[in-house]
Design a protein around this ligand. Structure first.
Ligand code: ZN
Length: 192
C-alpha cells in the first residue's frame, strides 16, 4: 500500500511538472520567435560597385552579439590582400569615392587594428581576393550595430563600405597606407 501510494504521488508530481514544462515551452517559443523577428529586421544587403559603377557583388550586414557581421560575396577584385573599412558618409560617387569621407570613427580614435590608440570603429581586417578575383568571407565589425546608438552604422543617412587597392598595414594614419579606393557600397536604411 505504502509503496503504491508513493508511486501515485510521484506520478502526480510528474504530471504537474509536465504541465509546467509545457507552459515554459510556450513562453520560450514566444521569446524565441520574437528574437528571430528582430534578427530578421537587422539584416541589410549592400551592393558593392567598382569605380566604373559596375556591380562586384554584395555585402550582407547582420546584427551580431559582438558587433555587425559582414558577409562579402564579390567577384572582379584584383587578386591579393586589400584594406576594407566602413567610411563616414553614405556616398559612393565615382571615380575615386572620396565622397565617402574618412573612416567611421564615433569614438575619436586613431586608425589601425594594431594601433594602441586605435582603432576606428570602421576598421576591419584585410580581405584577400583569390586568383580568380573572388572574395567570399565573413568579417566582424566589432562593437558596431545596425540598430540605434552612437556606434550605429545606419544612423542618419548611413555610412559606406570601401575596399582599397592595397593591404592596410594596421597602423599608418589615416588609412593604413592602403592606397586608392577601388570599390564602394552605401550602407543605408533609406534606399538609394
Ligand atoms: Zn581607420
Amino acid at each position: 500500500m505504502f509503496r503504491n501510494a508513493r508511486v501515485r504521488h510521484t506520478i502526480g508530481m510528474n504530471n504537474k511538472g509536465v504541465r509546467q514544462m509545457n507552459k515554459l515551452f510556450f513562453v520560450l517559443m514566444f521569446v524565441l520567435s520574437a528574437c528571430l523577428q528582430s534578427d530578421s529586421d537587422a539584416v541589410m544587403e549592400v551592393e558593392v560597385r567598382d569605380t566604373a559603377g559596375d556591380s562586384l557583388g554584395t555585402a550582407t550586414f547582420t546584427e551580431h552579439p559582438e558587433g555587425v557581421q559582414i558577409k562579402l560575396e564579390l567577384e572582379g577584385i584584383p587578386p591579393g590582400p586589400h584594406g576594407i573599412h566602413v567610411h563616414e558618409n553614405p556616398k559612393c560617387d565615382p571615380l575615386d569615392f572620396t565622397s565617402a569621407g574618412e573612416h567611421f570613427d564615433p569614438g575619436d580614435m586613431e586608425h589601425g587594428l594594431m594601433n594602441p590608440k586605435g582603432p576606428h570603429l570602421g576598421d576591419l581586417p584585410n580581405i584577400e581576393a583569390d586568383d580568380s578575383g573572388k572574395v567570399d568571407v565573413e568579417l566582424i565589425l566589432a562593437e558596431a550595430t545596425l540598430l540605434d546608438g552612437k556606434n550605429s552604422i545606419t544612423k542618419g543617412e548611413g555610412t559606406s563600405l570601401i575596399i582599397h587597392e592595397s593591404a592596410d598595414d594596421g597602423f599608418s594614419q589615416p588609412s593604413g597606407n592602403s592606397g586608392p579606393r577601388i570599390a564602394c557600397g552605401v550602407i543605408s536604411n533609406s534606399a538609394e
